[in-house]
Design a protein around this ligand. Structure first.
Ligand SMILES: Cc1ncc(COP(=O)(O)O)c(C=O)c1O
Length: 430
């Protein structure tokens, strides 16, 4: 574990006093906590100047790397023209046009600022459009931190389907009756729930790549058929997968088009902006002129469509739309995964690497997990310890969770990462 300067220790202590030690839910152990000073490309540096290869990427947004010159320039230009207006502006309109062109299901989009707001509004839109009260989600699927989504997404035990387990205190108990939970990749169970609650379910929401668990062959297609048959909306939460698995996101990658989809993280290049997209007739329930006349899903937010984040998003999509980008976004992670498997074998560790392209997760278990109970059965303490060891070796990541790889990661990062992994695995097995 690296020595930290007096200044860094003072900053950590101050953060403990004035912000409970971390900005949100992500917290490293006290002996490994750092204060980040800057990021560039695939690296971040702490305030002592210690360099880390970054596999956290701000929890995903920095898909083209930190402080990309094109994004910095776009934001600087927009900042000099004003950063937020609460009304129409050209960067927001142009970004919406790009999103509609790129996202298979989107004829129209609406902006919010965070992924949490995006899924909150998508569910409200679905309930308004269908006039039905319930939503169906999958165990282990994460859709942000609002009260409807914090159900059976990170529970320490298996769900008694379809009854949800709240992931936080403070969630109104009444909401538990409005959320149904099925098992990821279990189409029979999902069909049973849809049949039992026929005519009551507004939408099925899923992460098409659930954390790092890929959909079983045919699962997404079957889900699409079942939802169409029962007039239930299908919502893809593409906040992680959007523009990451492919330019057209998981919809393009898996060839299934939902009714609504939510976007965040990568679409604003590290600035706060998220979006909901979908078929026009569904999105139209958010039109303010409906108030008092037709069913209206109210959607609002002070920073919605702010030109600063929209400019960063446009600059990011310009880069992502270039030739060869997705080949690179898949090539480097493949080298990492192969190297990690070889290292595990060398040290006698049984691991599985789940995920898709630039999103992957290491599980210490015999078979690749296909659902949340299998994740619970894997050795999660070992995965976390391996992640903590990696931080000591100069990688920055959420220990035991997903790795995010950016367009800026290169062969040199791969080599250094694998050296770090060899040392971290050797300490783990010792
Ligand atoms: C799939 C998914 N949906 C929603 C969210 C919530 O996004 P935000 O943190 O911007 O509210 C996240 C955040 O990690 C996510 O991974």
């Amino acid at each position: 574990m690296a020595q930290r300067s007096e200044r860094q220790m003072q900053q950590l202590e101050l953060a403990e006093q004035v912000m409970g030690g971390c900005p949100g839910g992500f917290r490293l152990p006290p002996d490994q906590a750092i204060v980040v000073q800057r990021g560039l490309g695939s690296k971040v540096w702490d305030i002592d100047g210690r360099e880390f290869i970054d596999y956290l990427l701000g929890s995903g947004p920095m898909l083209i790397g930190h402080a990309h010159p094109a994004v910095v320039e776009a934001v600087q230009h927009q900042a000099s023209l004003g950063s937020t207006f609460y009304t129409l502006n050209e960067p927001a309109i142009e970004l919406a046009d790009r999103l509609v062109s790129a996202i298979p299901c989107a004829q129209s989009v609406k902006y919010v600022s965070t992924g949490t707001e995006a899924t909150l509004h998508a569910l409200r839109i679905a309930r308004t459009f269908t006039g039905r009260p319930l939503i169906l989600k999958f165990e282990g699927g994460f859709h942000g931190v609002h009260d409807y989504s914090m159900m059976s997404s990170m529970s320490p035990r298996q769900t008694e389907y379809p009854k949800p387990i709240p992931d936080s205190h403070g969630i109104p108990a009444a909401l538990e009756a409005d959320v149904l939970v099925s098992r990821w990749n279990d189409i029979e169970m999902t069909e049973r729930i849809l049949t039992e609650y026929h005519g009551k379910i507004a939408a099925v929401i899923c992460e098409p790549l659930q954390r790092a668990l890929i959909p079983a062959p045919g699962f997404m297609q079957a889900l699409r058929e079942l939802t169409l048959r029962s007039d239930t909306l299908l919502i893809f939460d593409e906040i992680v997968t959007g523009f990451r698995l492919a330019y057209g996101g998981a919809q393009e990658k898996y060839g299934v088009v939902p009714d609504l989809a939510t976007y965040g993280k990568a679409i604003a290049g590290g600035y706060p902006l998220a979006a909901i997209g979908g078929r026009r007739e569904i999105m139209d329930v958010t039109r303010p002129e409906r108030r008092g006349k037709e069913p209206l899903a109210h959607l609002g937010g002070t920073m919605n469509g702010n030109p600063l984040a929209a400019s960063a998003g446009l600059a990011t999509l310009n880069i992502l739309n270039q030739d060869g980008v997705y080949e690179q976004l898949y090539r480097i992670p493949e080298l990492l995964k192969q190297g990690l498997r070889d290292i595990a074998e060398k040290h006698g560790e049984t691991i599985q690497i789940a995920g898709e392209g630039p999103v992957f997760q290491i599980f210490f278990t015999d078979a690749e997990p296909g659902d949340y109970p299998a994740v619970l059965q894997s050795d999660r303490a070992r995965a976390r310890q391996f992640g903590l060891n990696l931080i000591d070796e100069g990688l920055f990541l959420n220990p035991g969770e997903k790795f995010y790889v950016s367009l800026a990661h290169d062969e040199d990062d791969v080599q250094k990462t694998l050296e770090a992994a060899d040392a971290a695995m050797s300490r783990l097995s010792a």
